[in-house]
Each structure stands twice: as structure tokens, then as C-alpha cells.
Write a protein that binds this ligand. Structure first.
Ligand SMILES: [Zn+2]
Ligand SMILES: [Zn+2]
Length: 420
């Protein structure tokens, strides 16, 4: 019979790879919780309307990439293409703004977009996502970027640059929109069909069109950053000065628009050139109007998302393997020794030492081979002779040295060596 394969662009994460994921998640949880964020888990399926209202009807995500489908009763649902809209929905639904303590949230999990699969880009991909509600203070904007820098530093990632921009507020964007529209109309022939349409529906989106001739045509387009209002300019200046205070290097990138409609004022991306072309490992920004637009109170918000696949790809380029905790292997020969060895394996595990044995009663040679494949640090060899003398052979696989130790103290000996 033909075997069933996973869906294209949706991957299994196997042992050997999962250690990277666990490390990236562990460090993320640690740092986020140190900064006062609390975890929130929302469903992967939501009403379609949440994303079309939250992200914007005329964005690529909603127009082209979302997994949307009617359920058995004909209600339109979607697999979440990002986390922010869901977190905002939960925030409104559970009236979380009434909780003065918890206004910082994080979520880790899978997102879904029907994109053309390519290296580091998948249809089920994973994000670490953080959202903060209730303050418009530029201090918070800077703190979030500082936290991101600290996180990547702790993971040992180098060669990334923080790009920042301000997209202004709806007020200053209105006047810019008109200026940009006029510019685009003059260049209409040089633009791709999508951008010709965007000229009328969503002109800002032409600024991050990936088509070469559009990039060319837009090279000398007027910049939004040049026409933001005094309030927005002041906000941006303060974000930059706090970044300097926190010794967080940045570059202003006036062409960064981000893919989603809800961003305003501060936007930022962590950029790397190590995945071929310039790519963002993560990014985010302010979305002060979003909570209100989704039917909630008028509270400001800011957040970011990190793409875990890309982050892990980058980390793997810097280092071949994740350090694995030491493993002990008990190789026992003969029925009685096997029984005692079986007990010893459990004693080691009780001490917090990862331990394995051979359940099949194979020869010493094949047990040693298995221990080697497991990357074992120590092998404990127990035969009938050793058992009679209440002893065990302790072999260090790194330097191949071997010592005889009393059977009833070998657990303590190992837990001293492994620091457990
Ligand atoms: Zn403004
Ligand atoms: Zn275009």
C-alpha cells in the first residue's frame, strides 16, 4: 500500500532537531517572564472575520495566503496566519484590560499561510509572539527591542541588525497617502498589476512589493518618515533616544512598512543577510487602533513575532549541534545481573540522570554498540562476577578509562560527576 505523506510545507520536527526548538523556547520563556510577560494560548482556528477585520482585507495575508474554509454548518473559519489578532480577541473577550497587573502576553505556536514553500518558509510555521497593551510610552517600544536583542544575544546569534521606522498615525498617513498616490499614478505603467490596483486600494503596500520593476519604480518615492506629524516625530525621537540609553544599536529604515495594515508609529525588524537575501527573523510594531477596531476599548498596543524556523536555521549555521545532556547506559549480562541492572536504571533516573539499558538481553558487544550510538557518556557494565562481589564496572566513553566501583554507591558517583 502507498504510504501517506505529510502536507507540503508542513513539517515533522524530529528528535535531533527538536532540541533546537526546546532551547529556543526555553530561553524565550525565561526572558519574557523576566520582563513581566505571561503566556496565553489561543485556538489555532478562529472566525475568518477576525483576520479580515484585524489584519486588513487588502493585505497579501488575507487576500492570498490564508487557509479559509467553511465548516460543516457553512460558517467561515480560518487557520490563524499570525497571533496578534487572536490575542487581541482574547484580551477583549475576557475583559483583560480590567486586570491592571497583566498587560503583557506571549504566545508560542504554529501559524498557517498558504505560501510557496521555500527554504525557511513553510505553510505551517512557528512563532514566538509578544503583545503589550495599555501604554503608548516610547519607553516600552525601546524596551521591547532591547529585550529582543538580549534574547538573540543569549542564544548566541550574531550578524543581525535592528531596523526601526515610524509609520506615523492615521492623521499623518492620510496626507502621505495622497502624496504617494499621486506619485504612483505618474509611474503607473512601470508597476505590476497588483501595485496598479494597490495604488487605489492600499498605496502603502506598494512600498514592500517584491517585484523588481516596482522596487525600481519606487526607488525615489516620497518617504512617509519625511511627512509624519510633530507628535509622531517626537514619539519616534524618544524611541531612538531610549534605544541609545539601553545601548541597543539600530538603523533607521524609512522604507520598512511591514505587511499588515494595523501597524502605526514604531515598527521594527531584526534583519539578517545570512539566509541568502536580506530577511527578517522577527519584527513588530505599534497597533494603537486595533483593539478598538476589533470591538474592544481604545487601548494602545505593541507587539512582535519571531519566526522560529528562521531563527533555528541561523543558529544551526553558527553551531553544528545542541549540547545534549549526559546519558548513562547500563549493560548487564545474565538474568540476575539484568534484574539488578533494570533496578539501577530506575535509581539513576530517580536522581535525574538520563539512563538507558538493553531490554533484549543481547551480547555485551552489541550493547556497547548501542551505547555508542546513543552518545552515552558512561557505560555501567554488570556481569554475574561483578554482581557476586557487589561491584560494577564504570567506563568513561570519552577517554575509554574504566574503574571498578561499589554497586550501591555508583548512583552517587554519577550524580556527583553530572552535578545532579
Ligand atoms: Zn502622526
Ligand atoms: Zn508591485
Amino acid at each position: 500500500m502507498e504510504s501517506i505523506q505529510a502536507i507540503k510545507g508542513m513539517n515533522d520536527i524530529l528528535p535531533g532537531q527538536i532540541e533546537w526548538w526546546q532551547r529556543v523556547e526555553r530561553e524565550a520563556r525565561r526572558i519574557l517572564e523576566d520582563f513581566g510577560y505571561r503566556e496565553i494560548r489561543t485556538p489555532v482556528v478562529e472566525k475568518l472575520e477576525l483576520f479580515s477585520r484585524g489584519i486588513g482585507e487588502s493585505t497579501d495575508v488575507v487576500e492570498k495566503e490564508m487557509y479559509a474554509f467553511p465548516d460543516r454548518k457553512g460558517e467561515w473559519l480560518a487557520l490563524r496566519p499570525e497571533a496578534t489578532a487572536s490575542v487581541v480577541r482574547a484580551y477583549i473577550q475576557h475583559n483583560l484590560q480590567a486586570d491592571a497587573v497583566a498587560q503583557k502576553f506571549y504566545a508560542i505556536g504554529p501559524m498557517f499561510r498558504h505560501e510557496r514553500p521555500q527554504k525557511g518558509r513553510y505553510r505551517q510555521f512557528h512563532q514566538i509572539d509578544a503583545e503589550v497593551f495599555g501604554t503608548d510610552d516610547p519607553m516600552l517600544d525601546a524596551e521591547i527591542m532591547y529585550m529582543l536583542r538580549l534574547y538573540l544575544e543569549r542564544l548566541g546569534l550574531s550578524g543581525v541588525v535592528l531596523h526601526v521606522n515610524s509609520l506615523g498615525c492615521p492623521e499623518c498617513r492620510k496626507s502621505y497617502r495622497a502624496v504617494l498616490q499621486e506619485f504612483l499614478e505618474q509611474r503607473s505603467e512601470g508597476l505590476c498589476p497588483d501595485c496598479q490596483r494597490r495604488t487605489r486600494t492600499n498605496p502603502l503596500r506598494t512600498l514592500d512589493c517584491k517585484v523588481d520593476r516596482c522596487r525600481e519604480a519606487l526607488r525615489d518615492a516620497p518617504l512617509l518618515l519625511d511627512s509624519i506629524c510633530t507628535d509622531c516625530a517626537d514619539h519616534f525621537d524618544r524611541v531612538k533616544s531610549y534605544l541609545e540609553l539601553l545601548r541597543t544599536p539600530y538603523e533607521v529604515d524609512p522604507r520598512m512598512v511591514r505587511g499588515l495594515d494595523y501597524y502605526m508609529r514604531t515598527t521594527f525588524e531584526i534583519i539578517t543577510d545570512r539566509l541568502g537575501t536580506q530577511n527578517a527573523v522577527g519584527g513588530g510594531g505599534r497597533y494603537n487602533g486595533l483593539v478598538r477596531d476589533l470591538g474592544g476599548p481604545d487601548v494602545p498596543g505593541i507587539g512582535f513575532a519571531i519566526g522560529m524556523e528562521r531563527l533555528i536555521l541561523l543558529l544551526q549555521q553558527e553551531r553544528e549541534e545542541t549540547p545534549r545532556r549526559p546519558v548513562a547506559f547500563v549493560a548487564a549480562l545474565g538474568d540476575l545481573a539484568r534484574q539488578r541492572g533494570f533496578l539501577l536504571v530506575q535509581e539513576l533516573r530517580e536522581k535525574g540522570i538520563e539512563a538507558e539499558m538493553d531490554y533484549e538481553g543481547r551480547s555485551l558487544k552489541s550493547q556497547m554498540r548501542r551505547a555508542d550510538r546513543l552518545g552515552t557518556r558512561h557505560v555501567l557494565i554488570l556481569g554475574e562476577e561483578e554482581l557476586k562481589r557487589d561491584e560494577i564496572q564504570l567506563r568513561d566513553m570519552a577517554d575509554k578509562s574504566q574503574a571498578v566501583v561499589p554497586l550501591d554507591s555508583v548512583t552517587d558517583t554519577l550524580s556527583k560527576i553530572y552535578g545532579r
